[in-house]
Design a protein around this ligand. Structure first.
Ligand SMILES: Cc1cc2nc3c(=O)[nH]c(=O)nc-3n(C[C@H](O)[C@H](O)[C@H](O)COP(=O)(O)OP(=O)(O)OC[C@H]3O[C@@H](n4cnc5c(N)ncnc54)[C@H](O)[C@@H]3O)c2cc1C
Length: 386
């Protein structure tokens, strides 16, 4: 039997890969979307918390021209209004026994300054549809083959093109075009021998990459009405550095008032498996929450910890203007961290740019301003049956 050749093989079904997959689905359904995990969406999955469904860790979108462009791309893809509003509220910190406006990291910025600084913008985009819901809606727009539990372990090159990939070390999949939306660091192992220089490969492996450490807490009482971003560090300088976090509105569940809060800090990817580093970092986050809200951690109903895969660090990989590897004209690098913008914004702009490099455009669509939250809400994770 003749082997099947996909038009596009997209490696990684996180927000970036899935956005590209949904956009390309308008042109063809001969697409393979591969993921090493057994579900689509990467880090943006829905978490069922006692207070209701939440994102897998804090999600905050600072407002800027580029953030709005990124959100517009998603709105056009989903034909749904996802931005509710743009609001302004200064971040706060806790100092000398009281809350104050957070004015910056001063003379001792943390090593992950750029990563954390993203969360300190006063102007923010308020979302009508949360990132975990985008994933479900994008999945419904995708018309190709989703291949879960398919970890890509090698790209194979003939001349200046990639012709196939190896999946889970044994299976082979062929395509005309390959789009990589995984972690750039992994390209050090995945790229064929002659695709990049030994020096570039070694640099990719050795660069500094950051992972997010998230703590989600369900408090068994209302802690605060503040919706401001909190940046907490304490008074002693240490290598752990500050964390950022936010409280969600308190809710009544079966006669009990519950409030969720979500906190984030960063650790170098090299130590993400070091339980001592993770433990000390979590301890510090909790110490800072307790310092600011002495009773917040009494009788906590639930807490969850999430150490993410790499979410920052671009490996300094050199790409052509159209986002391909210079020596491989049909391998597009869509990894969100190669974008100059960070996080969700970087992921969506990188997806949009990759779709454009492939010769397509997600056109502006008219979206009624009056769509209510219920109308825009995606089906639950179970209903979407991913
Ligand atoms: C805890 C946490 C909190 C965050 N908070 C915010 C926030 O407040 N604001 C904000 O803007 N952004 C935030 N972000 C960042 C934002 O969520 C990410 O930038 C964005 O979702 C990245 O999407 P992605 O598709 O690039 O990566 P991912 O979601 O990591 O997806 C990559 C996918 O590729 C798959 N994959 C990788 N390599 C391979 C391979 N070789 N073969 C097959 N599959 C592979 C992985 O399994 C994964 O599913 C946060 C991230 C985390 C983790």
């Amino acid at each position: 039997m003749a082997q099947h050749i996909y038009d596009y093989a997209i490696i990684g079904s996180g927000l970036t890969g899935l956005s590209i997959a949904a956009a390309l689905s308008r042109e063809t359904s001969n697409i393979a979307l591969l993921d090493g995990a057994d579900f689509a969406g990467g880090v943006n999955k829905q978490i069922n918390f006692p207070t209701g469904p939440i994102n897998n860790g804090l999600r905050f979108v600072p407002d800027s021209v580029l953030s709005e462009k990124a959100m517009k791309f998603m709105e056009n893809l989903l034909a749904t209004k996802i931005v509710a509003d743009v609001s302004e509220e200064a971040p706060i910190t806790y100092e000398a026994g009281g809350f104050k406006t957070f004015l910056g990291f001063g003379e001792n910025p943390p090593a992950f300054y750029e990563e954390l600084n993203y969360f300190t913008s006063s102007k923010r985009i308020d979302l009508a549809v949360e990132p975990h819901q985008w994933i479900q809606m994008l999945m419904q727009k995708f018309t190709g083959d989703f291949l879960p539990r398919s970890y890509v372990t090698k790209f194979h090159q003939e001349g200046d093109k990639v012709t196939s990939i190896t999946i889970n070390g044994s299976k082979t999949l062929h395509a005309h075009n390959f789009i990589f939306a995984g972690t750039v660091k992994d390209l050090a192992l995945l790229l064929p021998e002659d695709a990049i220089s030994v020096r570039a490969r070694s640099k990719l492996g050795k660069n500094t990459y950051w992972t997010a450490l998230c703590l989600d807490i369900c408090h068994s009482k209302a802690v605060t009405e503040s919706t401001a971003m909190h940046v907490l560090n304490g008074t002693t300088q240490d290598e752990i550095g500050p964390c950022a976090g936010q409280f969600m509105p308190a809710v009544e569940v079966e006669g009990q008032t519950l409030q969720a809060s979500q906190w984030i800090t960063f650790i170098e990817s090299e130590v993400m498996d070091d339980s001592e580093v993770v433990g000390l970092t979590l301890k510090k986050i909790k110490r800072q929450i307790k310092r600011a809200y002495p009773e917040a951690l009494d009788d906590v109903k639930l807490e969850r910890i999430f150490v993410s895969p790499i979410i920052a660090g671009n490996g300094d990989i050199k790409l052509s203007a159209n986002m391909t590897i210079p020596s491989l004209e049909n391998l597009w690098i869509a990894s969100s961290t190669v974008n100059e913008q960070k996080n969700l914004v970087g992921a969506l702009l990188q997806a949009e740019m990759t779709v454009a490099s492939l010769g397509f455009k997600v056109e502006d669509v008219e979206i009624p301003e009056t769509v209510s939250a219920e109308e825009t809400a995606a089906p639950s994770f179970e209903e979407a049956s991913l």
